[in-house]
Design a binder for this molecule. Structure first.
Ligand code: KIV
Length: 273
């Protein structure tokens, strides 16, 4: 196994992410929503675990991330926190719990931190949510931003296609990234934007950028765990690298079990009392 600068830290913090950015060590982030998976990611020494609202899709089968509730996010987050010793755990504030007003945003973030024990929260948006970011930060809660394709705004975008390909949206994305930095976010996710734009943003702000479908010129990468392990099948955007075909492995194992039960091969003499 290769060794990296910060591999042996006992706990990844927002300061360590900043040091990784400065020293050129890429940040590796993956999603997790439950205890067992989070334990495996922490054993492998992932830097950041994101309890993403993509739980709405991969855990609950919803078409969008919009239906997941704050209570459901807290349930997923507290399961992940119980499994995690080393990784920084970041939790998405779900749709409708922070956009309306900054007091509600603070209450939602406080509930996540108090009830799950997570390390930080993530919010989608730029200038529109700056007051919410200020209020959450004023309570001492670290905030990660999220720009580019923002799945909570899918009904506004109308499509999951690559964002900010036109100069106006690209300019707004750059300006939003600067706003997030100025307001004190510790990092920002850049989702599905041109690699050139992601590089421009990364070069023009001093907080780590973490890309998903944003090319290589960012300070880190994030993928949805179930996509990169090949558990989800239907989703295959260009940026997704599948590291395993767990669908095949699980279906094979379950088929084998069914056969053993039907053919009275399981349990054998050693597998009984
Ligand atoms: O919810 C999620 O999984 C995310 C990642 C795609 C960055 O926000």
């Amino acid at each position: 196994m290769s060794s990296y600068l910060y591999q042996n830290v006992n706990k990844v913090t927002t300061n360590i992410l900043q040091r990784m950015r400065k020293e050129g060590e890429k940040i590796a982030m993956l999603t997790a929503y439950d205890y067992s998976m989070a334990r495996l990611l922490d054993m492998a020494k992932i830097d950041v675990i994101l309890v993403g609202d993509s739980a709405a899709n991969v855990m609950a089968g919803h078409k969008t991330t919009l239906p997941i509730t704050l209570n459901e996010m807290i349930y997923h987050a507290s399961s992940v926190v119980r499994a995690t010793e080393r990784a920084l755990v970041v939790v998405d504030l779900p749709f409708g719990t922070y956009q309306g007003n900054s007091k509600e945003a603070l209450n939602s973030a406080v509930r996540i931190m108090k009830e799950s024990g997570a390390d930080a929260v993530k919010l989608e948006g730029g200038i529109e949510i700056q007051e919410s970011i200020d209020r959450i930060l004023s309570a001492g809660i670290p905030v990660m931003g999220h720009l580019g394709l923002m799945p909570q705004s899918i009904n506004k975008f109308g499509t999951y296609t690559v964002r900010a390909t036109d100069p106006k949206e690209a300019e707004k994305t750059i300006s939003d990234a600067k706003i997030l930095e100025q307001h004190g976010c510790f990092a920002v996710v850049l989702e599905k934007i041109p690699a050139k734009l992601a590089k421009e943003i990364t070069d023009s702000i001093s907080i780590p950028t973490i890309g998903i479908g944003a090319g290589p010129h960012v300070n880190g990468q994030v993928l949805v765990l179930h996509d990169m392990l090949g558990i989800t099948q239907e989703f295959s955007p260009r940026f997704l690298r599948r590291y395993h075909d767990l669908t095949r492995e699980i279906v094979d194992a379950v088929s084998h079990y069914i056969k053993d039960v039907k053919e009275e091969d399981f349990p054998n003499e050693k597998e009984q009392y």
